[in-house]
Design a protein around this ligand. Structure first.
Ligand code: SF4
Ligand code: ZN
Ligand code: ZN
Length: 307
């Protein structure tokens, strides 16, 4: 995205050159174009309306803060929710940046802590268990976000998954030909019982565009990575997509948009019966305790043994 030529619209000095669209833009036109692309995604997939009670999952990273900023600028009323994962300096900074952003923009942010919800931090769980950190961190975050959205009465939970996340995930799903995962990879997941509606308005915006958007709009975001981020399969897939994109611009967009058009040709998987977890009452795919409650019980057991 080298900065070259003048803005295609006003001829002022270009702030960015969007290679996939061969489009040089000044700061102002880049910002308004990004916001329009998000609005179009919201409309196209009927994500939410101005009447809905909206909650944005805020991590302190560029994607979720840009998302919250754009949603507010587009005139939607959305609160935020942040989970302190207990990952040392990374979490301390993420929470501070999220809180500062909310304060600066007069937005309401719910602050939750994994320690309070689960009785342990991700750090301490990683030390005790042999599961991959991102696997149970992801599961715990999804559970807490859904439960909080449901209990606090929000209609829609909005997440900052971007074009890079979606194209890498699609590549991974296609490589495995996992029809169920492929079918469910969509920017909107409807409400089902206690599962709140979930949407991803940034699916057509790349992470580089989001970084430039934050720079243009002066949005502070966390710049260090989670200590467990290295080596994740998703990063390898993101890298591969980036390499293809650098040789063949617009591949990521074509890949993701093409899939959304063709998705209906995939058979919807058989509907999974959802049971209520006997402990917390939240939906789960088996009649036993949900995964969150099983992890929580493990934590209680570990604590009892060390006492
Ligand atoms: Fe959690 Fe993995 Fe993300 Fe770190 S990189 S916050 S462990 S999902
Ligand atoms: Zn311009
Ligand atoms: Zn449960």
């Amino acid at each position: 995205m080298a900065r070259q030529k003048g803005c295609r619209i006003c001829k002022k000095e270009a702030f960015i050159h969007l290679r996939y669209a061969n489009l040089p833009l000044c700061k102002e036109h880049f910002v308004s174009r990004t916001e329009s692309v998000v609005q179009e995604a919201i409309n196209k997939f009927r994500m939410f309306s101005r009447k809905d009670k909206l909650l944005v999952a805020v991590s302190g990273g560029k994607d979720s803060l840009a998302l919250w900023h754009i949603i507010a600028k587009l005139g939607y009323n959305a609160d935020g929710i942040h989970i302190d994962l207990g990952l040392g300096e990374f979490s301390r900074l993420s929470s501070k940046i999220s809180r500062d952003f909310a304060e600066k923009h007069g937005l309401y942010l719910h602050m939750l802590s994994i320690n309070e919800e689960l009785g342990a931090s991700i750090h301490s769980l990683v030390k005790k268990r042999y599961e991959k950190p991102c696997s149970f961190c992801g599961a715990v975050k999804r559970y807490i976000l859904n439960k909080a959205s449901y209990e606090l009465g929000y209609d829609v939970l909005i997440t900052g998954h971007n074009l890079d996340d979606e194209s890498a995930r699609l590549l991974g799903n296609v490589l495995n030909w996992d029809e169920e995962y492929i079918y469910h990879q969509y920017p909107v997941l409807p409400k089902e019982g206690k599962m709140v509606k979930k949407v991803k308005p940034l699916v057509f915006i790349s992470r580089k565009e989001l970084a430039s958007y934050c720079e243009a709009e002066g949005i502070e975001h966390i710049k260090i990575a989670c200590p467990y981020a290295t080596g994740a399969r998703s990063l390898v897939l993101t890298d591969i997509m980036e390499q293809i994109e650098s040789r063949y611009p617009a591949t990521k967009l074509r890949f993701v948009k093409g899939f959304y058009k063709l998705r209906d040709r995939f058979m919807p998987p058989e509907k999974v019966i959802l049971y209520e977890c006997p402990d917390c009452g939240m939906p789960t795919s088996s009649e036993r305790l949900c995964r969150f409650c099983r992890i929580k019980n493990g934590v209680k057991h570990d604590t009892a043994q060390t006492d």
